[in-house]
Design a protein around this ligand. Structure first.
Ligand SMILES: [Fe+2]
Length: 220
């Protein structure tokens, strides 16, 4: 699945948040230990199995608080053990580090991105030269169109993207590079975006994703 798992290290307190703990929790715990971090928080970008299957393992080894958007908890319907439920715009503080949770629906109804400093953790909303599927349960390509438009409008183009999967030849990118080369960020028409996301893309592109020149996404 090529998932990325992120550890956000607050150097002032050595507290850390793990984003989307999955698959190889021993490696995550070893990394935390090696850098003297104490994992105090778990942040979820969304509830798909490949992003959450390490939660119980992390909770066996830490007292971490689980954070997700209320909309995603409702969609998931899982009986979670005392999670902290957020709305878009909420700030999660880890030590002296402020992390803003953004509501970015499209891949799932309660998908979140997390913004801290110059970094934007984008989960399965925005990949390097790709974006999350909208054909699974709870997916909505019209919402994804709005989400990506908002993202391009609201963040400086120097913002560094940290996606939820490694689907390109590079791990990260800037928003500027994505606005220029990510075909999903080229559309100015919701209906065309929906057609591209739901039908055209899967038939015409494959990983690793690379840049697409503006205007060459899809014939009219
Ligand atoms: Fe997903």
């Amino acid at each position: 699945m090529e998932n990325f798992v992120y550890l956000l290290h607050d150097h002032a307190s050595n507290r850390a948040a793990v984003v989307d703990p999955a698959w190889d929790v021993p490696a995550v715990l070893a990394c935390a230990q090696e850098h003297g971090m104490q994992i105090t928080d778990i942040l979820l970008t969304h509830s798909h199995h490949d992003h959450v299957n390490g939660i119980s393992d992390v909770l066996q080894h830490t007292d971490a608080q689980l954070h997700l958007l209320k909309a995603e908890a409702q969609f998931w319907g899982q009986g979670l053990d005392l999670p902290t439920l957020h709305h878009g715009g909420d700030v999660i503080r880890v030590g002296a580090t402020d992390i803003t949770a953004l509501h970015t629906p499209g891949h799932t109804p309660g998908s979140a991105c997390y913004h801290l400093g110059d970094d934007l953790i984008t989960g399965d909303t925005l990949f390097v030269f790709g974006c999350g599927r909208c054909d699974l349960a709870g997916g909505d390509p019209e919402q994804m169109y709005v989400t990506l438009k908002d993202m391009a409008a609201h963040f400086p183009d120097t913002t560094v993207i940290r996606p939820g999967h490694n689907y390109a030849e590079q791990d990260t990118s800037t928003l500027r590079e994505q606005i220029e080369g990510n075909p999903f960020m080229h559309f100015d028409d919701s209906a065309r975006f929906v057609r591209y996301r739901m039908h055209y893309h899967g038939l015409h592109r494959d990983t690793p994703y690379g840049p697409v020149p503006r205007g060459e996404e899809m014939p009219d």
